[in-house]
Design a protein around this ligand. Structure first.
Ligand code: PMP
Length: 363
């Protein structure tokens, strides 16, 4: 869709990346690291200073004592963290439960490692976990369950009760819960993010994945990390060592220094809630109905009653003819389920969202 948007000069609310500038202080810190000669390989698990800063963030945010030496691994973005974890732990014949709509890297990563993805559908408008189906799907081959909260593309968040139920299930059947929490800071309306890290009884069964790309508006830096018990971390680093080896050094120095001030990441929810509200204002008078969105920087809209086209046809037509690009939500369902939904990314400057609104209201 990004390619089609570029071809037709459309406003691109399809791919998830911010179009605004990042904090110049972060650039300065990375620049200082480069000028200071920090340009060679970093240690395989990540720069010690960054791992220490991350452990501090995790303690502060989730009240989980975290050992930076044995429980934190810096990765080339959240995607590399997911891939390293799946590669380390999924063997041929293993089953992995994935909830659709899902981030597009989960299923290929499982299949490349010989595993079998078991896709369960989340349904609009709430996209809640289909617990009965989960319980029916678990068997002796189930190795892993992948969850994502706050959720891309749904904007839904898992409740404390959901996390507890996953915990009980994973402990009972010795299953790993791979928790993709790259949008941990982007959560709205007084909701709380329930990280797998805040449940001490999940420690032996949980891996949490994060991304600085989302938190500091630097998706192109591809820098993230994962947190897991020493036993799981040891296994994951065996694959990380040969997938990425080590993540770029100056970014790690810059981010380590930047993390020292917690206000740099704790205000992100409010920042994006304002953006979401601004985008919802822009949608008023358009033929679309916004679904509830409690987190992430994506808004799902229903076009029920506006068009009988498939979501793919509509998204393509809007990009080509109306000059606005979105993603058809069926693209995130393994079975191609089309619920007449489009996903818009609102991590954009107000001018961009305003220009998008003008188009949407003329449809
Ligand atoms: N998980 C989800 C749900 C995402 O939306 C993304 C980014 N689009 C990632 C993981 C990957 O993050 P990164 O860019 O840090 O690899």
């Amino acid at each position: 869709m990004s390619a089609l948007a570029a071809e037709h000069g459309a406003i691109n609310l399809s791919q998830g990346f911010p179009d605004f500038d990042i904090d110049p202080e972060l650039i300065r810190l990375v620049n200082d690291a480069m000028l200071g000669g920090h340009n060679q390989y970093a240690p395989m698990p990540g720069l010690p200073a960054l791992r220490e800063a991350i452990a501090e963030v995790v303690l502060r945010t989730y009240n989980r004592d975290t050992n930076p030496q044995t429980e934190v691994t810096v990765t080339a973005g959240g995607t590399a963290a997911l891939y390293a974890a799946i590669t380390a732990l999924v063997r041929p014949g293993d089953e992995v439960i994935i909830f659709d709509p899902s981030y597009d890297s989960y299923s290929p990563a499982v299949r490349l490692n010989g595993g079998t993805p078991v896709h369960l559908n989340l349904l609009p408008p709430a996209f809640g976990i289909p617990w009965q189906q989960v319980e029916n799907a678990v068997n002796e081959k189930t190795r892993m369950i992948i969850v994502n909260t706050p959720h891309n593309p749904c904007g839904s968040v898992l409740s404390e009760d959901d996390m507890r139920r996953f915990g009980a299930l994973c402990r009972a059947h010795d299953i790993i819960l791979l928790s993709d929490e790259v949008y941990e800071r982007i959560i709205f309306d007084g909701k709380q993010h329930h990280s797998v890290l805040s449940f001490p009884d999940m420690k032996d069964h949980a891996i949490a994945v994060f991304s600085f790309g989302k938190t500091f508006h630097v998706t192109g830096w591809k820098t993230g990390y994962l947190v897991a018990s020493p036993e799981l971390t040891k296994e994951i680093r065996k694959s990380h060592q040969f997938i990425t080896f080590s993540v770029n050094t100056p970014m790690q120095h810059g981010i380590a220094a930047y993390l020292k001030e917690s206000s740099r990441y704790t205000s992100l929810g409010q920042f994006y809630q304002t953006k979401r509200d601004f985008f919802l204002e822009q949608l008023k008078g358009s033929p679309f109905t916004a679904l509830p969105c409690f987190g992430s920087y994506f808004q799902i809209v229903s076009f029920e009653g506006y068009s009988k086209e498939s979501d793919h046809e509509l998204a393509t037509r809007l990009t080509r003819e109306a000059g606005i690009a979105s993603i058809p939500v069926s693209a995130f369902y393994r079975d191609g389920s089309d619920h007449h939904l489009l996903r818009f990314c609102f991590a954009k400057r107000n001018e961009t969202l305003e220009a998008a609104g003008k188009i949407l209201r003329t449809l």
